[in-house]
Design a binder for this molecule. Structure first.
Ligand code: DGJ
Length: 722
């Protein structure tokens, strides 16, 4: 059991991997967070209230306690984990533990994405039932600890057991008090469209630092992830505490340093866009937070997320299968294609060993630009006279699988769907409807809208041999209110939308288990754990420039496994930056992801095609390692002109090192990379048979000569007998 209860049955040790998360129920029944960090022995910790109270203080005692579920009213001044406005108009909530239950394994969260176990031996769970009998609120707090990694998940279910309605104003999936605070840094992933998930590291100051999305999507700008680390922590060593939210909608995460100097990390619903009415007997289920501690630096933290999210968040037939090398026509043709043009690209693709042809936007309705037809999911026979079925057959006959793009959550004002159901979009009656990319968002909080999407997408998927779907979403919410909800529930729209979206995704992905689904939102605008539960990969960014991709893939890898990242070789000059980089470097960046091409192969010279073919055959020879090997970041593109990362197989016999130079300076010494994750007592050989000792590779390093700008090199090392 990795959940241990002491003899007094008031202290609970959730231990796994090399960490412990310790909870305590104090004499008054309040749930405290006693500790989170490197493993401690069971029964080794004591809760002593005096540890938290200075000799003399102006503060009320409760404000300094390490509450696991802080609530308002009795002198707590931070964000409440559960905030309510009750029938009397006050926000007082005093939760005490009524009971707890421990069991092996992990239960699913109804209607929401969550990590899971495949056998009960993988994790243990503890469920606390807390209650405020006066306010008639019951909170069921569920914690799971994964045995191998020590990752802890937490979610809350809040029940109104009274007669009068109660309004939920704040729900934090995780809210963790930590000790100390001086000399610590915060890390999060910030960006914009085409510049997603840049690593931001900033000193944790004395106040509150907050990141959030109010967009109705996790968004390009922030990612539902926040970490706190010691200032000395780097990629390879040091302590880091991190939170990740398994959710795809608006969220907020913060770090608040209290008057005693102790930081508290929070993540959960964004109160700016969320409040929820709980009628008598109703309950609200929070999304799940995943909490990961590592004392082996950022790479240690990422390794835990990668394995957990690749194997116990992603699901389905494609979870463990290496992904096909694909060609996507978007940057190759945009909307300007005919069946003939697509087939000419597919023929070239087949000739160089590509395995999947993806038809992107523009195949339906009258869509020759982005100003119409979203919602009308019927094939445009003018462009594709053989229909999708005929086109898929022709593509299949070339030896390629066929995949298709959709943007099912949207509606164009110029569409039959909108003309028939003008009230099906998010809007405020009587006010203008703000368009983004000439489109409006369907109101997925409505059952009939969900059902329309399920049925129209399913009809297309059943109409042809479709083996891959790119599920796109190209704008964020405005007027984010459902006209179907009463005024007192309007603020529930965003979360109800997410629940509707998750229902749609669940139904479609379950009905078509053979299809590989890739999620997308103007590139990586919804690259989050919630989407990964339904679709095992995400289009990383609309920026396909190889140099930019180094930053994108490096930042994304903080939390997300390489198996989740779509990465394509596109044309030069690059369409987003105008930069020209060699095909070799474009390829060697993309092969550290789910590899594909996104250009008009028919316009390449024979020499370029031959180079593309050799990239494809190299990808096929390394992809099982890049897909499931452990990934180590070595050199950060956010800190200099060079980037490096590497992959190591589980048995540590197969190794791939990727090094990239963006800009050269004169008189630069060769790059020396200290490798990670190898067997320190084994010999390795490169492809030319040159031998290296594991201890030397990890301590002295391997030397790489990159003479010039925009260069890359890949080194494969294999363990050999001494
Ligand atoms: C945004 C996506 O990120 C692109 O890859 C492409 O699919 C376009 N949408 C199509 O409209």
């Amino acid at each position: 059991m990795s959940v241990h209860v002491n003899e007094r049955r008031d202290t609970f040790y959730l231990s796994g991997g090399s960490s412990s998360y310790v909870l305590h129920q104090d004499a008054q029944g309040r749930l405290m967070n006693l500790y989170w960090g490197p493993s401690v022995a069971d029964d080794s910790l004591l809760f002593r209230p005096e540890d938290y109270q200075p000799g003399a203080s102006f503060d009320l005692p409760v404000s300094l306690l390490p509450l696991e579920l802080p609530t308002c009213g009795a002198g707590w001044y931070g964000t409440p984990a559960v905030g309510v406005r009750n029938a009397w108009g006050d926000d007082m909530l005093a939760l005490t533990v009524r009971s707890f239950e421990i069991f092996s394994g992990k239960k699913p969260l109804p209607g929401l994405p969550a990590t899971y176990t495949e056998s009960d031996a993988e994790a243990d769970s503890i469920v606390f039932v807390l209650e405020d009998a006066f306010a008639c609120i019951t909170v069921t707090a569920t914690f799971t600890v994964f045995n191998d990694s020590g990752a802890v998940t937490r979610s809350l279910r809040i029940l109104n057991s009274g007669k009068a309605p109660v309004r939920l104003t704040s729900v934090l999936s995780a809210s963790v008090p930590l000790w100390g605070g001086k000399g610590m840094d915060l890390i999060h992933l910030k960006g914009a469209w085409a510049r997603e998930r840049a690593v931001i590291r900033t000193p944790a100051g004395e106040g509150e630092y907050r990141i959030s999305s109010a967009r109705g999507a996790s968004g390009h700008e922030e990612n539902p992830f926040l970490a706190l680390c010691d200032r000395s922590t780097d990629e390879f060593s040091g302590n880091i505490w991190s939170l990740s939210l398994v959710y795809s909608g608006s969220f907020a995460a913060s770090c608040r340093v209290d008057s005693a100097g102790h930081p508290r990390l929070n993540i959960g619903m964004n109160p700016e866009t969320f409040s929820w009415l709980l009628d008598s007997g109703e309950s609200f289920q929070s999304p799940e937070a995943v909490m990961v501690f590592s004392d082996t630096g950022l790479n240690g933290m990422s390794a835990i997320y990668h394995r957990l999210y690749r194997t116990r968040l992603a699901r389905g037939r494609w979870r463990d299968a290496v992904r096909p090398v694909l060609i996507n026509n978007w940057e190759g043709t945009y909307f300007d294609f005919t069946e003939e043009r697509l087939l000419s690209i597919a023929e070239k693709a087949s000739g160089i060993g590509i395995e999947l042809f993806v038809l992107d936007d523009g195949w339906f309705g009258r869509r020759d630009s982005d100003n119409c037809s979203l919602g009308d999911w019927t094939v445009n026979l003018k462009k594709l006279p053989s229909g999708l079925k005929g086109l898929a057959e022709k593509i299949n006959a070339l030896g390629l699988r066929f995949g298709l793009w959709f943007e099912p959550e949207m509606v164009s004002p110029d569409s039959d769907l909108y003309r028939e159901h003008p009230d099906w979009c998010l809007h405020i009656p009587g006010r203008p409807r703000t368009q983004g990319r000439n489109q409006l968002i369907l109101d997925l909080s409505r059952r009939e809208v969900q059902d329309y999407i399920i049925s129209s997408v399913s009809t297309v998927l059943s109409s042809a041999h479709i083996e891959y779907v790119k599920w796109d979403m190209n704008r964020n919410m405005s007027e984010a209110f459902s006209s179907a909800l009463p005024s007192e529930r309007k603020m529930e729209t965003q979360h109800r939308y997410m629940l509707g979206l998750y229902r749609v995704l669940d139904q479609i992905t379950s009905a078509f288990p053979q299809i590989l689904f890739e999620s997308c939102s103007g590139g990586g605008g919804r690259f989050d754990p919630g989407m990964l539960f339904y679709m095992p990969q995400t289009w990383t960014s609309d920026d396909t420039d190889a140099l930019e991709r180094l930053r994108l893939q490096y930042g994304t890898s903080m939390v997300y496994p390489v198996s989740a990242m779509g990465a394509h070789v596109s044309a030069v000059p690059n369409h987003q930056t105008g930069r020209s980089v060699s095909m070799r470097m474009r390829g060697e960046v993309a092969m550290a992801g789910n590899f594909g091409f996104e250009l008009d192969l028919a316009s390449l010279s024979e020499a370029e095609l031959a180079e593309a073919a050799s990239l494809v055959s190299r990808v096929k020879s390394i992809r099982s390692l890049t897909f499931s090997g452990s990934f180590h970041r070595l050199l950060s593109p956010f800190e200099g002109g060079d980037t490096a990362w590497m992959f190591v197989s589980d048995d540590r016999t197969d190794v791939l090192v990727f090094a990239y130079r963006t800009l050269v300076s004169p008189n630069m010494p060769p790059l020396r990379l200290r490798l990670a994750g190898l067997k320190k007592d084994a010999w390795y050989a490169d492809e030319e048979g040159k031998r290296f000792h594991g201890s030397a590779l990890m301590n002295q390093g391997i030397t790489i000569q990159l003479r010039g700008s925009f260069l890359s090199q890949v080194i494969r090392l294999t363990a050999v007998s001494p």
